[in-house]
Design a binder for this molecule. Structure first.
Ligand code: GLN
Length: 266
């Protein structure tokens, strides 16, 4: 079977874009080259195996092992949440709030794949960063990403439950904590494959904020900002927690117009 025939056959069972990404992965090229390059012969059994995994709901990023975030190619495994384009809102907010003042030190609380920290380090070439996570398996993924991106000399990863094991203060704090209500209905791809610890945060989805927001005043340098991802309906509730710690609050929306993060300053 050639590439075009393989795509047609798979597209009746899975999304066409997913089929293209999986086929490109199988033949070791990118989607554009696959679609515009010369026709190739396909390992049919190998392709069938990938399509069958996707058909059963496994996310494409876990099948290929890669996901792009902020134009960085990141390795992902089921130990880490797959970075979402929505979370790029936090990076844009960080650029806005810092303006010409590059942060010297950056902390990422619950770093997962390292996406937020590594994106920030790619923007500010003299900044240094610490990414913490409670999951050691996630830290291994994040450290691997830092190494592949040539950012290892400026990024440190260590085990910590939110800020508990973190010393010192930072100019910029980023966090995409779990914020889904336990028991909420999620797409089965997400629910059955992504790490529950990175998604669920108690009956109202606010448990992680209750832990980490009170830690922020002791982790932030004067003049610094903390940028925290929120669920689309959580702005009020999370803002209340932040106000109780004396923060000023700015809300930012994602490209879809949903409330996506709070920028906290003092
Ligand atoms: N936005 C994620 C979702 O698609 C949730 C991420 C999180 O809880 N931090 O469900």
């Amino acid at each position: 079977m050639n590439a075009a025939a393989a795509l047609l056959a798979a597209s009746r069972r899975i999304d066409r874009f997913d089929a293209e990404v999986l086929l490109a992965h199988l033949v070791g090229t990118d989607r554009m080259t696959l679609l515009t390059g010369p026709s190739r012969d396909i390992d049919e059994a190998g392709y069938e195996a990938l399509v069958a995994r996707r058909e059963k709901g496994e996310p494409v990023a876990y099948i290929t092992g890669w996901r792009e975030f902020w134009s960085l190619e990141l390795a992902v495994t089921p130990d880490v949440l797959i970075p979402r384009p929505d979370s790029e809102t936090l990076i844009e907010a960080a650029q806005r709030v810092r303006g010409d003042h590059a942060p010297a030190t950056i902390l990422d609380l619950g770093t997962g794949s390292g996406a937020l920290l590594l994106a920030a380090l790619s923007i500010w070439p003299r900044a240094r960063g610490l990414g913490v996570d409670r999951s050691f398996a996630a830290l291994v993924v994040a450290a691997g990403n830092a190494a592949r991106l040539g950012l290892s000399d400026r990024a440190v990863f260590s085990e910590s439950d939110w800020g508990q094991a973190v010393d010192g203060r930072f100019d910029l704090i980023l966090s995409n904590p779990p914020y889904v209500e336990t028991g909420a209905e999620l797409a089965t791809d997400v629910r059955d494959h992504e790490p529950a610890a990175a998604l669920f945060a108690g009956a109202d989805g606010l448990d992680a904020y209750r832990m980490l927001i009170p830690q922020l005043p002791n982790l932030l340098n004067p003049g610094g900002a903390a940028i925290i991802e929120i669920g689309a309906t959580q702005a009020e509730a999370v803002a209340d927690l932040a106000r109780a710690e004396g923060f000023r609050i700015l809300l930012r929306r994602d490209l879809a117009g949903h409330d996506r993060c709070l920028v906290l300053t003092r």
